[in-house]
Write a protein that binds this ligand. Structure first.
Ligand SMILES: Cc1ncc(COP(=O)(O)O)c(C=O)c1O
Length: 377
């Protein structure tokens, strides 16, 4: 049977990894500055993570949500502690797109409306609701297309208010920092404006922190750079499991649960919770959030001095840089010659950096040197 061929592949076959290093089947070492789409948060095969998952699977790997799973509450407690969002509630699922589906469903249940506002450049996933909120017509099948889902330019509060005033909008969804869109950081006043408008028109504000959350930007959630902003719903995944498939929806206290309202077979299983707890324990013990901020600032300052780099955007270790040329061939050279993985973005000229938060300065600096060399050649 052939694989359904939907991915353009980097011609490398990693077989082993530790921290920010990957090794391929020939023993060649690579530096991972992409973390498999921002998934590797605490570093590949972190010993504490491996130990916790191993112990858990030896005890009990899975049982469904029809029995008590105390690990779920432990995970929620730890998440509250690190995010400081003590009053929110947690619903566990398996991926980012599922988190989005449940977020929009909850916003729609509560407001009894069906329209949503998303933003130009957005990416929220591939399932039916999430993809309809993703600003890429190529990904939207006819059965997913929604006339009541609208895309507004980032920053256009007047456009948002005009739609909200039609009284058809259940929610506004925005990424903490746009990832696939090329690391676009929303203006804090714009985010606060959305928060106020959502309140005024009784719509729900959904912060998609699937890529920008979990300490990557130097705050637990990227939107926490904006004082006084408390979204109604927050979606999480990616870095939450460091590679183990787990996602979550944080719901503010106004949302009332009832039996059967939401559900999942795999979400919140024992093994996923063990992985999720291990991630939070390492984030805290190794101060990875603080490190991400310090290293990210230093790296962005260096990147801005490189001839051929025309723009650098981001916070912490969520960084986008625009080159004065197509980034594709440069990224290929970085892999083939310098053995460094980086990411692409919607813009052809953009390189996206989303390294494990355990990366060190020497590793980041080796990228600076390599990029300088490639762009000078
Ligand atoms: C901001 C954002 N939201 C949602 C998703 C969807 O997550 P998943 O691929 O886990 O379904 C992604 C994936 O890239 C993302 O970047």
């Amino acid at each position: 049977m052939n694989l359904f061929d939907v991915y353009p592949l980097i011609p490398v076959t990693p077989v082993k990894a530790l921290g920010c290093t990957l090794w391929d089947d020939q023993g060649q070492e690579y530096l991972d500055l992409y973390g498999g789409h921002a998934v590797i948060s605490i570093g590949h095969s972190h010993p504490h993570y491996v130990q916790r998952i191993t112990e858990q699977v030896n005890q009990l790997g899975f049982y469904s949500n029809s029995i008590q799973i105390p690990l779920q509450q432990q995970l929620a407690n730890k998440l509250a502690e690190l995010s400081c969002l003590h009053s929110y509630q947690l619903f566990l699922i398996n991926s980012g797109a599922e988190a989005i589906e449940n977020a929009i469903k909850m916003a729609s249940f509560v407001t009894k409306k069906s329209g949503f506002i998303a933003f130009k450049g957005s990416f929220h996933g591939r399932t039916s609701g999430a993809v309809a909120l993703t600003d890429n017509p190529k990904l939207i099948a006819p059965c997913n297309a929604r006339e009541d889902f609208h895309f507004i330019q980032l920053g256009d509060l007047a456009g948002v208010e005009a739609l909200l005033s039609t009284n058809t909008i259940a929610g506004i969804i925005i990424e903490g920092i746009q990832g696939v869109g090329g690391i676009q950081v929303p203006n804090p006043d714009f985010l606060l404006g959305l928060y106020q408008l959502a309140k005024k028109y009784e719509a729900k504000l959904i912060l998609d922190e699937v890529q920008s959350g979990y300490g990557r930007t130097g705050r637990f959630f990227a939107h926490q750079w904006v004082d006084g902003l408390y979204p109604d719903l927050i979606t999480i995944a990616k870095g939450m499991g460091n590679g183990f498939p787990i996602g979550g929806l944080l719901l503010s206290p106004e949302f009332k649960a009832s039996y059967g309202l939401l559900g999942t077979t795999f979400g919140g299983n024992h093994l996923a919770c063990a992985a999720g707890l291990a991630v939070l324990e390492v984030l805290e013990a190794e101060r990875l959030q603080q490190k991400a901020l310090e290293l990210g600032e230093r790296l962005m300052a260096e990147l801005r001095t490189i001839p051929g780099v025309v723009a650098v955007r981001g916070k912490g270790l969520m960084i986008g840089l625009d080159l004065n040329q197509d980034a594709g061939p440069i990224r290929s050279l970085l892999v083939s010659k310098y053995k460094i993985f980086t990411g692409s973005a919607a813009g052809k000229e953009t390189i996206r950096l989303l390294p494990p938060l355990s990366v060190d300065w020497n590793q980041l600096h080796s990228f600076v040197i390599a990029l300088k060399e490639v762009l000078a050649s």
